[in-house]
Unconditional design. Structure first.
Length: 213
């Protein structure tokens, strides 16, 4: 039986999630209303199969990456207020297994939790036709995990020297990663990158590839 830890959400969402998970005989809610700062402690204690995170309290997509690296056996489901394709794909690129809108129908959220517990990667239907991505994503060249890290810092406007320091790599390596990112995304500058991040999906190559039904 998959176990679930739920982070803190707005009252109505929190109540709804608690009811949904608790009433499903095939899911076990082991902790709910966990503040973002205490999520790691809850995962360490309960070792859940799935953790539900509130996009609005993440602070940075890097939090998802950190959790994914520290607890690779716990699947991460992110719930957001009407997330864009770019936002959801960035969540996937940093290790989330699913990214859904908070107004997703109840049965679909429960289904997403079950699928996530089995490692299936999901997007909201607005971000990917059918809600699921295939491992060979049409028309998109995947970013590596390191490129995804560089991408996040580029989107934050960090200069190359700062990125190099943050990731403990050389400046020339940063430039190389940036060139690869621009090529894969079909753009030529940071300005174009900022515009793309607001519009289009960005996907990453990971050891857990997206699956299809």
């Amino acid at each position: 039986m998959p176990t679930v830890v739920a982070a803190a959400f707005e009252d109505l969402v929190a109540i709804g999630l608690k009811v949904l998970v608790s009433e499903d005989p095939h899911l076990e809610l082991v902790a709910a209303g966990v503040a973002m700062g205490a999520v790691e402690v809850a995962i360490e204690r309960h070792r859940p199969d799935v953790v539900l995170l509130n996009y609005g309290t993440l602070g940075s997509p890097g939090r998802v990456l950190g959790l994914h690296r520290s607890y690779p056996d716990t699947r991460i489901v992110v719930l957001a207020n009407r997330p864009t394709a770019a936002e959801c794909n960035q969540m996937l690129s940093f290790g989330a297994t699913a990214c859904l809108s908070k107004d997703t129908e109840a049965r679909d959220i429960v289904n997403a939790i079950h699928l996530a517990s089995r490692g299936m990667h999901l997007l909201p239907r607005s971000a990917a036709a059918g809600g699921l991505l295939d491992s060979g994503i049409q028309g998109a060249e995947l970013l590596t995990p390191r490129e995804a890290q560089v991408l996040e810092l580029l989107q934050d406007g960090a200069p190359n020297a700062e990125i190099a320091h943050e990731l403990s790599i050389g400046i020339e390596t940063v430039r190389t990663h940036a060139r690869h990112i621009y090529r894969k995304l079909g753009i030529g500058s940071r300005r174009e990158l900022a515009r793309l991040a607001r519009q289009d999906p960005i996907v990453v190559d990971d050891e857990r590839r997206p699956l299809t039904t």
